[in-house]
Design a protein around this ligand. Structure first.
Ligand SMILES: [Zn+2]
Length: 366
């Protein structure tokens, strides 16, 4: 060990001492310090962790995690964390770089570990755009980071894109979101075994609530004709579509990083005319001007706001369960045709118990 190394270690040690001097207040608070990349995960952690956790979300409610640039404060939040939770599947590629760049060496939960990912192609073929058309001009600020990461899925032909071959928006299907909750539960137990029983009980309770909301969503979406298509800001609803129905098209791809080119907008206008597109929806965290422009060009109505990649700052959609319920209700209110069930419903696996869903719906309607 060289003197130079010792000297550098001791100056770091001194910095550590000064940080320790600020600790008494923190030590009084023995809650598990959890940092999540975005707001939906933060709500899940709060539900499972309850009174035993303090949760910090790096991307706030109504924020866009695809294009987020971490701040020095985010690195400090990470350095003070006991547990870090992020989505994975390159939803927030900056998060893995932030973890690598910070001194954080604690547990990391990848919420999508163990889900069944949808491949990009599975819901891209029918859309009037190609993701190869994305511009890269917005990436200059983090070009230096690209040298450091090594995601195999991050193929060269997509250089600069923050998505891989798999759709990261798995929380939009509650069956997949159950896996998120299990991963979060296990992460909290690993970080704080003393409260393992509480985390298990909280997770069980939360999973039951999720099952109920899942049934409500199915009942609402079942009243929408199966051939219905809608347009949202970006491809954030592939899992929702796969689980519940409704075809979602968008002017851009799986990430929000690029503006749609003129060519892809023109292609989308053609698709709107060919397919059974009934309405446009804003997303809470993406630029609304694209949807507004499409509404002007096509005469289609903008039928509301869907919560895609972030919770609302306040109100019904400020929790994950509330957000999912809100989205289904908004889609239902714009697109439902009660009594359509006799036809066009064959592709829903749950069509055999439609009468039960109708009954549920009357109980849950607002
Ligand atoms: Zn997204």
């Amino acid at each position: 060990m060289s003197l130079g190394y010792l000297s550098s270690r001791s100056s770091r040690w001194l910095m550590g001492v000064s940080a320790l001097l600020a600790l008494p207040a923190a030590m009084a608070n023995e809650r598990v310090q959890v940092v999540t990349s975005f707001s939906i995960l933060a709500d899940m952690v709060e539900n499972v962790g309850g009174e035993h956790v303090d949760v910090t979300s790096l991307v706030a409610a109504d924020g866009d995690a695809h294009v987020y640039s971490p701040s020095p404060g985010d690195a400090r939040s990470l350095a003070n964390a006991d547990l870090v939770v992020f989505n994975g599947l390159l939803f927030e590629g900056w998060m893995e770089r932030l973890i690598s760049a910070s001194d954080y060496s604690g547990a990391v939960v990848t919420a999508t570990d163990g889900i069944q990912p949808l491949s990009f192609a599975e819901h891209d073929d029918h859309e009037g755009h190609g993701h190869d058309e994305h511009g890269h001009e917005e990436h200059g600020h983090d070009d230096h980071d690209h040298e450091e990461h090594d995601h195999a899925a991050h193929a060269d032909e997509h250089a600069g894109h923050e998505h891989g071959d798999e759709d990261p928006h798995a929380w939009q299907d509650m069956q997949q979101a159950k896996v998120y909750v299990a991963n979060i539960r296990d992460g909290l137990i690993a970080a704080d075994a003393d409260n393992a029983d509480t985390y298990r009980a909280n997770a069980e309770q939360y999973l039951q609530e999720m099952a109920q909301v899942d049934a409500e969503i199915r009942a609402l979406i079942d009243e929408i004709p199966a051939s219905t298509s809608v347009i949202t800001g970006h491809d954030s609803f592939g899992y929702f579509s796969n689980a519940y129905g409704v075809t979602f098209l968008s002017p851009v791809g799986l990430s929000t990083e690029a503006d749609p080119s003129g060519a892809s907008m023109a292609a989308l206008v053609d698709v709107i005319e060919q397919e059974n597109v009934k309405a446009l929806f804003h997303e809470n965290m993406t630029n609304q001007s694209i949807i507004t422009q499409l509404a002007e060009e096509t005469g289609l109505p903008i039928a509301g706001t869907l919560y895609a990649d972030a919770l609302a700052s306040e109100g019904e959609a400020s929790t994950y369960l509330g957000m999912m319920r809100h989205n289904a209700q908004v889609l239902h209110d714009a697109l439902a045709q009660p009594g359509h069930n006799e036809s066009g419903h064959d592709d829903h696996e749950h069509s055999h118990d439609d009468h039960d869903h109708d009954h549920d719906h009357s109980e849950h309607s607002h």
